[in-house]
Design a binder for this molecule. Sequence first.
Ligand SMILES: C[S@@+](CC[C@H](N)C(=O)[O-])C[C@H]1O[C@@H](n2cnc3c(N)ncnc32)[C@H](O)[C@@H]1O
Length: 240
Amino acid sequence: MIDTSPQRKQHSSEQIFDQIAGRYDLLNQLLSGGIDRKWRNQFLKALPANQSELLALDLACGTADVPITLCRSPKIKHVTGIDLSKEMLKIGQTKVENLNLQQRITLQAGDGVTLDGLPDHHFDLVTISFGIRNFSSASQSLSSIHRVLKPGGQLLIMEFSLPENSLIRLPYLFYFRHLLPKLGNLLSGHGDAYTYLNQTVEGFPYGDDFLALMQQAGFAQLLATAQTFGIATLYCGRAV
Ligand SMILES: C[S@@+](CC[C@H](N)C(=O)[O-])C[C@H]1O[C@@H](n2cnc3c(N)ncnc32)[C@H](O)[C@@H]1O
């Protein structure tokens, strides 16, 4: 039986991402057919209107693709990216330096659940892309995010979900349960990294269930927008 306890989830997630960090970006592109980039770009379209000089926080920033994407908008003044995996952060830091974005992006080790050390009511925007389902507690993370956001601040979360339409859902589940784990484990050189992906997605709330968690944590103006037949969903909310 698989141990899905919060402690085990956090420990194994950190270990797995440390081990696959060197191949993570390439694997992402290969296994998603390049759609992952399109999904992250949705954050740019959802940025608050009529606001500038935004201070952003990206949780589970991994190899810094979201901080780098956000910096394509002139609305963004600075992005702090935090992640548990030091190896993912190292690769992210190299990308940030190659793009000469050190003045606008700071990457640091940290836990997206507790947000220890981050000041109250400081950020205008918090983003998470394909990270929150790995956290030991999504609810606790949402409460911490609420604490660090300014009143009215925006939360944008992109996370995997499952297509509602059974004509899409059945073949997708076959790919997701049987082909993707084998392909991912083979290409990453890690015995079970992509078995874990499939399990975390299927066990995680999505759609209205996830919006309910956001509401409980104090978010309003909630919106869930399905991406690519519902394979992923963009969740938006405002701290009230
Ligand atoms: C699938 S990757 C996503 C990376 C990046 N956001 C992206 O879109 O490519 C998940 C990331 O979550 C990080 N992670 C897992 N649990 C975490 C936690 N409690 N706090 C911060 N980062 C965490 C992992 O280390 C990994 O880098």
